[in-house]
Design a protein around this ligand. Structure first.
Ligand SMILES: [Zn+2]
Length: 146
């Protein structure tokens, strides 16, 4: 049976580089069962020393299977999908394009609308993650999906 999902939560890695494998490692170091997100949008820098690779900018890597409960937002994991943008406060155009595209796909798949998309900070007062204006994201999604 498919897991019931009624929200998608957007995060950032709070690092200037990384990928799903690196985050998997970080989360294992916290004694989690592995990466807590369902998807990661690369910014073209997989490691701290890696030069910018435009072919990997905006690419979506899979984390936990969508059918599996994630570990990314306290109190909201059971019924959500968690996506992570690599970056701290600045994200690439390709990442934003990839995110909007994937959000639309997820919303359509689960029969949701743009208001089902949240930023981590909207669900946890102690966070600023993903350091994006979520009203703007939702507005773009409403337009894109109209
Ligand atoms: Zn977060």
């Amino acid at each position: 049976m498919e897991r019931q999902v009624d929200m998608v939560v957007v995060h950032c890695s709070d690092s200037k580089w990384g990928d799903a494998a690196v985050i998997d490692q970080w989360h294992k170091e916290r004694n989690w069962s592995g990466i807590g997100y369902h998807g990661v949008f690369l910014n073209g820098h997989r490691t701290s020393r890696a030069e910018y690779n435009p072919d990997e900018d905006g690419v979506l890597e899979s984390g936990r299977p969508i059918d599996t409960v994630g570990a990314h937002c306290r109190g909201h994991n059971r019924r959500s999908v968690g996506l992570c943008l690599i970056g701290k406060e600045e994200f690439t155009e390709a990442q934003m394009e990839g995110l909007l595209h994937n959000l639309e796909e997820l919303l359509r798949h689960f029969g949701l609308d743009a208001d089902a998309v949240y930023g981590h900070y909207e669900l946890d007062d102690h966070k600023t993650c993903p350091n994006l204006d979520m009203d703007e994201i939702r507005e773009k999604l409403w337009e894109q999906m109209a």
